[in-house]
Design a protein around this ligand. Structure first.
Ligand code: SF4
Ligand code: F3S
Length: 359
């Protein structure tokens, strides 16, 4: 990533980090399967990656913690995904570029001018907007984040919101939202592909960019999330699902149930209401994920999760969720039905525990 703007050789980058061409081809097959394309698409994936250095990319940081960049870069042990990101033609990325001050401002202006209409814009972070936009003032000229993001959006060929802050506002927009933080989609009329998560996995970031490079578009759900990654509920692929169905629950952290890997619903897991692929693909080279580590899902890829999924360590009881049905019909389903479904899950947890107690 240090070689910003320099032409790099993909295999050289991979070899330097101990990956062979065979590893790369294996990765391409895995990525093709993950994107739902089938292994026959592996050569197309490999070609798209090898040509990716021709596509200019601008990555903006708005109001955020840089966790999304960190999820991707993993500088201590880079994965093939993060190395491939290294290989893209990154024209501007504040965290990793050497330039600062006036020079950084110039780099961004030049990149926007030089690649107008042709670059992919990735935005990390929410945008303090309107009369509160001064809360995010950046660079040597003191422009607001809103001004910078608007200009970058105007000239972009495609825009991806990376992370929940950029996609839905995130913690910055949580009540009472003191800086009037909004998602990037609220400051542009162009369509925005949302890749939420706090943070999203490196696979979801790289996979979405690759889909874009391969097809120029992708199927999205009601919240503009790529369906290949956000189509299924955490609950549907969770390794603890058998325990949920059997009524075996952790009642408090550290109890016997926790030691046995029981379901975390009663200690607040929001997996039944959350759409993401963490259960299948995990984080950090597939090593683990929140539920695997013993804490429930907190719904980090859902809109307004900081407000709507609280309390994180208690069940949601009878609250209703817009996201429960994640397809085009969801808007037509009454809140009552959604509420009933929420109640049904809570009821299952209670009834199955009663049954177990009787046994
Ligand atoms: Fe897994 Fe949570 Fe569903 Fe339990 S409630 S099965 S821990 S997703
Ligand atoms: Fe987020 Fe839940 Fe996955 S908290 S990382 S969507 S398991």
């Amino acid at each position: 990533m240090q070689n910003l703007n320099a032409k790099k050789d993909l295999m050289q980058i991979l070899n330097e980090h101990g990956f062979s061409r065979r590893d790369f081809l294996k990765w391409s097959s895995g990525m093709a399967t993950m994107l739902g394309l089938g292994v026959t698409f592996a050569p197309n994936i490999a070609n798209a990656v090898e040509n990716a250095s021709n596509t200019p990319v601008i990555w903006l940081h708005m109001a955020e913690c840089t966790g999304c960049s960190e999820s991707l870069l993993r500088s201590d042990a880079p994965t093939i995904d993060s190395l491939i990101f290294d290989y893209l033609n990154i024209e501007y990325h504040e965290t990793v570029m050497a330039a600062s001050g006036h020079q950084a401002d110039e780099n961004l202006e030049n990149a926007i001018k030089k690649h107008a209409g042709k670059y992919v814009l990735l935005v990390e972070g929410a945008v303090p907007a309107g009369s509160s936009s001064f809360y995010l003032t950046l660079g040597s000229k003191g422009h607001t984040g809103e001004e910078i993001a608007k200009k970058a959006c105007e000239n972009a060929e495609a825009i991806l919101a990376i992370g929940t802050c950029s996609s839905f506002g995130g913690i910055q927009a949580a009540a009472p939202n003191p800086t009037n933080a909004v998602p990037i989609s609220k400051i542009t009329n162009k369509s925005v592909i949302n890749v939420p998560g706090c943070p999203p996995s490196e696979k979801n970031i790289v996979g979405s960019v690759l889909q874009l490079l391969l097809f120029g578009s992708m199927a999205l759900d009601n919240f503009n999330r790529p369906k290949w990654a956000y189509e299924h509920r955490i609950h549907d692929y969770c390794e603890r699902r058998g325990h949920f169905d059997a009524g075996e629950f952790v009642e408090s952290f550290g109890d016997e149930g926790a030691k046995k890997g029981y379901c975390l619903y009663k200690v607040g897991c929001k997996g039944p209401y959350t759409f993401n692929n963490c259960a299948k693909h995990r984080f950090n080279q597939h090593t683990n994920w929140p539920i695997g580590a013993g804490h429930g899902c907190i719904g980090c890829s859902e809109p307004d999760f900081w407000d709507s999924m609280q309390a994180f360590e208690e069940p949601l009881k009878n609250k209703s969720f817009r996201t429960f049905f994640n397809d085009a019909t969801s808007d037509k389903i009454g809140i009552g039905v959604l509420t009933l479904t929420g109640v049904a899950i809570a009821a299952h947890a209670t009834i199955s525990t009663i049954k177990k107690d009787k046994e």
